[in-house]
Design a protein around this ligand. Structure first.
Ligand SMILES: [Zn+2]
Length: 265
């Protein structure tokens, strides 16, 4: 009887296939966030930890090529280590990679980070007002979204650590006069949370024009953050955002999207 054991070559090929699939998902998140208007002037970036390693996939500095992120592709995504060293890819990683990496170093639960400059959420930082858990999509931001009072680029490890300290164990952080950082336990969940942050900020702004802002009750926050409701918070909306991808093609992609969205731990 012949026993077939996986060879080193086979294992390496499997790993490369998995990394290519991950790279494809990171590229897609950029297209979706662009189409959804989450980064005016198309600036921003998404990262993803390669499972079982200290390597991270992140956007190459394609802004310098004058490109729009609406057509981010797999070869625009490069590999760095957790210290920010460029390991692989055709173009240098974005300068602000330390924002992603220092948060990931401190938070094993975080496997993906979105950095963006959405209008409403950024405006709250400018005004020094915290975004609160309000509306249907705000519970994950309880008790409030911290603000980092620092307005420079996060292009050094020291500045990355400032973001790490400011975000703590929160889902999101607002960088004053700059933008936001949003965390997730998958690329898709970080993308969803980035949209939820902007939707929540917009709703809080509108509510504040009408009267005093009232937060979601603690009991409701707890309920949304628990079990099936937490899973639903993410998985029930992915189909909506996935369709923003200009390269979206149903139904095959829809099926694979569904398989990729995993509930948070
Ligand atoms: Zn930025």
């Amino acid at each position: 009887m012949t026993i077939h054991r996986p060879t080193y070559a086979n294992a390496k090929a499997t790993l490369e296939t998995e990394i290519t699939a991950l790279r494809r998902r990171v590229a897609r998140a950029h297209r979706i966030l662009t189409a959804g208007g989450i980064w005016p002037l198309t600036k921003g970036h998404v990262s993803a930890r390669i499972p079982g390693s200290d390597h991270v996939l992140i956007l190459g500095h394609i802004h310098s090529e004058g490109r729009s992120l609406i057509d981010t592709d797999v070869d625009d995504i490069v590999t760095v280590d957790l210290d920010g060293n460029w390991l692989e890819g055709r173009i240098e990683p974005v300068d602000e990679r330390y924002l992603h990496l220092e948060i990931m170093k401190a938070r094993p639960d975080v496997t993906s980070v979105v950095h963006a400059h959405p209008t409403y959420a950024t405006a709250f930082g400018i005004a020094g007002v915290n975004i609160l858990p309000v509306g249907n999509r705000g519970a994950i931001f309880a008790p409030q979204v911290p603000i980092l009072d620092f307005d420079r680029q996060i292009d050094t490890p020291e500045r990355g650590r400032m973001c790490r300290d400011a975000i703590g164990d929160s889902v999101a952080l607002v960088l004053k006069n700059h933008g936001v950082a949003v965390c997730g336990d998958s690329i898709e969940n970080a993308t969803i949370a980035a949209f939820a942050l902007e939707e929540t900020a917009q709703l809080q702004w509108i509510a504040a024009q009408v009267g005093p802002v009232q937060k979601i009750s603690t009991g409701e926050v707890r309920s949304v953050l628990t079990g099936a409701r937490k899973e639903e918070f993410y998985s029930h909306v992915w189909g909506h955002y996935a369709r923003l991808d200009p390269w979206f093609s149903a139904p095959d992609q829809e099926r694979s999207n569904r398989a990729q969205v995993k509930p948070p731990a």
